[in-house]
Design a protein around this ligand. Structure first.
Ligand SMILES: [Zn+2]
Length: 325
């Protein structure tokens, strides 16, 4: 039986854009515009085509899953629209919209369904949003309300056969919320490569932090990525959660690492190749990207998802094949 030639399952919902107010400082159209770029790859019927994506629609996450990583009072106050103005400002997706709740629940649902998918079928799956690593147990921050990486890691530990999860955070910003939520969780390893002088200015402590000085460029960044991957694979994880932010890009308005598009492409290949070699399932979380113009960010995200699809294409399925493949 030919088990290769699988498409990459990619979770997406229009609310990823529409749930954010048009006047928010966040570049909300990046989701719809990225979808336009990826659309041609979703129509490919030919199984021999190396880049194929299949879009999946997320259901809203259930509250019990959120409680794995978050304080019930914080969840409740968010759900009923009772976060204070100060709390909303700290998250930064203001002005707040009524659709923000459903956006958040679907975004979290997408991450969770992608995680469940690779737990059952192996390989790679992705959510076209999220990587919300600045969300803490009791508060949101830096465009992040709930922490999808922490929720998915803790969810995975309830899956039979999953004993260790590694979180590889390659966004230019430190994964401070992830590190703080999971600091006492020995079964989850948190590794963050980031720019030392970028937000958050008060960093928390991951299991391994690899801070880089501003303007490090491709070589230093890729060396750190290799080191971070070694640390992840040393624990022989049953699952790798990959925060694939592209804000290390030289054209990014917020990041300061000055990495090229080619450098980020190399980064993605290094991660997917290593995961394949070690037969570790991977979930891709989109992460940050704020280039001006936004096209540079979209190109880099298109690379992330098409490279994931290309690696998925030839990756042997060592677990349950999906029906109808
Ligand atoms: Zn970022």
């Amino acid at each position: 039986m030919d088990l290769t030639g699988r498409p990459l399952p990619l979770w997406y919902h229009p609310l990823y854009t529409d749930g954010i107010h048009p006047e928010a400082r966040f570049p909300r159209t990046r989701y719809t515009r990225l979808l336009e770029r990826l659309k041609p790859f979703t129509d490919v019927e030919n199984r021999s085509s190396p880049v194929r994506l299949v879009l999946k629609t997320p259901e809203p996450i259930d509250e019990a899953s959120l409680r794995l990583a978050h304080d019930p009072t914080y969840i409740e106050r968010f759900m009923v629209g009772e976060l204070s103005e100060k709390e909303q400002k700290r998250i930064g997706l203001t002005p707040w919209t009524p659709a923000m709740v459903e956006r958040t629940l679907r975004l979290m649902g997408g991450a969770l369904e992608a995680t469940q998918h690779v737990l059952e079928h192996g390989g790679i799956a992705a959510n076209m949003a999220g990587g919300t690593h600045h969300a803490h147990r009791t508060f949101g921050s830096g465009y992040c309300i709930f922490n999808d990486l922490a929720v998915c890691a803790l969810h995975a530990l309830n899956h039979p056969g999953v004993e260790r999860v590694a979180i590889l955070d390659l966004d230019v910003h430190q994964g401070d919320g992830t590190a703080s939520i999971l600091q006492d969780e020995e079964a989850v390893l948190t590794v963050s490569v980031h720019c030392a002088t970028n937000f958050p200015f008060r960093k928390t402590t991951s299991d391994h932090d690899l801070p880089l000085p501003p303007d490090s460029g491709d070589l230093a960044y890729l060396e750190a990525v290799e080191e971070a991957l070694d640390l992840c694979m040393n624990i022989q994880p049953d699952l790798l959660l990959f925060q694939a932010g592209v804000d290390a890009l030289d054209s990014d308005a917020l990041g300061r690492l000055n990495v090229t598009r080619a450098g980020l492409r190399q980064r993605n290949d290094i991660v997917f190749q290593r995961a394949e070699r070690e037969d570790v399932p991977v979930v891709v979380f989109m992460g940050g990207g704020y280039a001006k113009p936004i096209e540079r960010t979209l190109e880099a995200f298109e690379d992330v998802f098409t490279q994931a699809a290309a690696w998925q294409h030839h990756r042997p399925n060592t677990r349950n094949p999906e029906p109808g493949q």
